[in-house]
Design a protein around this ligand. Structure first.
Ligand code: ADE
Length: 233
């Protein structure tokens, strides 16, 4: 069983629409949609915004639905100068950037018993990359695709100072609010995961407007990439 998570309705709407033989199971405050996506058994859930929601849904996918692989799809704020709306970033690693035990000599994002870099499953990352390449070959002007570090914290980033800090401190390509928690939960359960993010904004002063105007457009890109990826797993 493959678990698919998105934070917002828009991010998973089209994947839900593509589900066949579908049933809905409620657990805690979340609705889990179990069915088949093309030929694969999947469970899809909208977790809501933030790391706690993401961790809860990931654990439920593993415990209740027996998911052996987890894919998170959604939008993110770009941190690299060349990134523009619609570009795609896939996690080599995820980090919880707002974990701060620096008072105890740890680096930002680092917990006592674990490296701050949470490695995504390399095989899943490769499948997403190959899927993207095949999709891009049919597009007149494909978006930029890169594999890199994705940082997560419980805040929407919309200022240049934070962009600079996240990029320099973590070497991050984009910032969002769930991936680090999905990664942490998957690592704790030894379940492979990958985070797929479409850039919705530049995480600077105009970020909220950029985010709002792009969100509805993001669903199609996320849905296509996740559906084709799942088909190859
Ligand atoms: N998701 C999309 N854009 C974001 C941003 N700028 N900060 C945090 N999460 C985001």
């Amino acid at each position: 069983m493959i678990g698919i998570i998105g934070a917002l309705d828009e991010e998973i709407r089209l994947i839900n629409d593509a589900l066949i033989e579908h049933e809905t199971v409620k657990k805690a405050v979340y609705s889990f949609h179990r069915g088949r996506l093309k030929s694969k058994d999947v469970v899809i859930v909208k977790c809501g915004v933030g790391k706690v929601n993401a961790a809860l849904c990931t654990q439920i996918l593993i415990d209740t639905f027996n998911c052996g692989k987890i894919i998170f799809g959604g939008v993110a704020g770009g941190l690299l100068p060349g990134l523009k709306q619609g570009d795609v970033v896939v996690s080599s690693h995820a980090i919880q950037f707002d974990v701060n035990l620096t008072a105890f000599g740890r680096r930002h994002g680092e917990l006592a018993d674990q490296s701050r870099l949470i490695e995504a499953d390399p095989a899943l990352v490769n499948i997403v990359a190959d899927t993207f390449d095949d999709m891009a070959a049919t597009m007149p002007s494909p978006p930029t695709f890169l594999v890199g570090t994705i940082v997560s914290g419980d805040s929407f980033v919309s200022d240049p100072e934070t962009i600079k800090w996240l990029q320099r401190e973590f070497g991050a390509a984009c910032t969002e609010m769930e991936g680090g928690a999905v990664g942490y939960t998957c690592k704790s359960n030894e379940v492979p995961f990958v985070i797929i993010r479409i850039i919705s904004d530049g995480a600077g002063e105009k970020a909220t407007g950029e985010f709002d105007s792009f969100l509805s457009k993001s669903s199609e890109i996320i849905c296509n990439l996740i559906t084709e990826t799942v088909n190859r797993i």
